[in-house]
Design a binder for this molecule. Structure first.
Ligand code: CMP
Length: 143
């Protein structure tokens, strides 16, 4: 069983797509174990996007992600990292396969609606930036 960090970015929140995005992961059969509606501080942004510090898109990326609320989540399930990225689609909406979230709703790389961890290592790191261990609610599915 794997876990991943997913975050509806400010553009997804402002466009009213939180429900639509959550619905896609629910219908896939993945399990929500944590969620938080919050502002990303500059400190959190710097930790989350550490690998992009120094790149030309980093300053506008931080401005964007800190400007208005995000919806941060942890999901779990078998192969949840790869499955989530398949549902989300490629970073650039032009390359995203039809039927993916980014293909269906995004136009621009800078406003691509949702973040999903790209590896188990990233997932562990990103979950620990946004959530404390007590905020993850593990439960057995009985129905
Ligand atoms: P994400 O993969 O969630 O995290 C890094 C973000 O930086 C990425 O989504 C895009 O929104 C943004 N970004 C802007 N330009 C680029 C680029 N050239 N390559 C990768 N990410 C970019």
């Amino acid at each position: 069983m794997e876990r991943t960090f997913l975050m509806v970015k400010p553009d997804g929140v402002q466009r009213g797509l939180i429900g639509e995005i959550i619905s896609r992961f629910e219908r896939k059969g993945l399990q929500l174990v944590a969620a938080k509606f919050m502002m990303v501080t500059p400190e959190i942004a710097e930790r989350h996007y550490a690998e992009h510090v120094g790149k030309d898109f980093y300053p506008p990326l931080v401005d964007f992600i800190t400007a208005s609320p995000v919806f941060a989540m942890v999901w779990q399930g078998d192969n949840v990292i790869a499955l989530s990225r398949a549902l989300i689609g490629k970073t650039n909406a032009l390359d995203a396969a039809p039927g993916t979230i980014r293909s269906d709703y995004a136009v621009h790389t800078n406003f691509n609606l949702i973040h999903g961890s790209d590896s188990a290592e990233s997932a562990g790191r990103e979950i620990s930036i946004f959530f404390g261990p007590n905020e993850l609610v593990d439960y057995e599915q009985t129905i």
